[in-house]
Design a protein around this ligand. Structure first.
Ligand SMILES: [Fe+2]
Ligand SMILES: [Fe+2]
Length: 171
């Protein structure tokens, strides 16, 4: 049985992927009507997040580790965040992407350094998603904006992601 800390790490990542799926799903729904040209990019990201979710889901099953009790919170919160940012405009979608993925990557780096010393299979699972999360972060950077106008969105997204991560370590 993996240690409590390792279980917690993969459980949070599993829940986070569920949140990401719902962010991009909501944004895709809005984009289908308002920003048709980015639907394909959102589809690609959505596809990646589903694969990431499956990776962590298999790990949890193989190691008989339960999932986070707050999965529904990630789903609703993610969908809401995706919906609101998409309705605020095309640029907001990418500002949100950049903020979410940056927060996630910061978290992944800490996890990887811990897991490299404690659990090879969990380390491999987390490492397998890193490159795609970096690609998402880059897309957000390229298509988003550095304008101060978007600072509130950046802050709200960053801190709601941090809050959700913190909450999931408790549940
Ligand atoms: Fe992901
Ligand atoms: Fe991602």
């Amino acid at each position: 049985m993996p240690s409590k800390e390792v279980q917690r790490i993969i459980r949070v990542d599993h829940a986070g992927e569920f949140g990401a799926i719902n962010i991009y799903r909501a944004q895709r729904t809005v984009a289908k009507f308002l920003y048709k040209d980015i639907v394909e990019q959102l589809d690609d990201m959505l596809h990646h997040e589903k694969e990431h979710f499956d990776t962590f889901n298999s790990w949890l099953e193989q190691n008989s580790v339960r999932h986070c009790y707050a999965l529904w919170f990630w789903a609703i919160g993610g969908y809401f965040l995706g919906l609101v940012t998409a309705l605020l405009g095309r640029k907001s979608i990418w500002v949100c992407t950049h903020a979410v993925e940056s927060t996630v990557l910061h978290h992944l780096d800490w996890q990887l350094s811990y897991l490299s010393k404690h659990d090879p299979s969990a380390y491999e699972a987390v490492l397998s998603i890193k490159q795609e999360e970096e690609a998402h972060q880059n897309l957000g950077l390229l298509n988003g904006s550095n304008s101060l106008v978007y600072s509130p969105i950046r802050l709200v997204v960053k801190y709601s992601t941090k809050f959700a991560i913190w909450l999931s370590t408790k549940l």
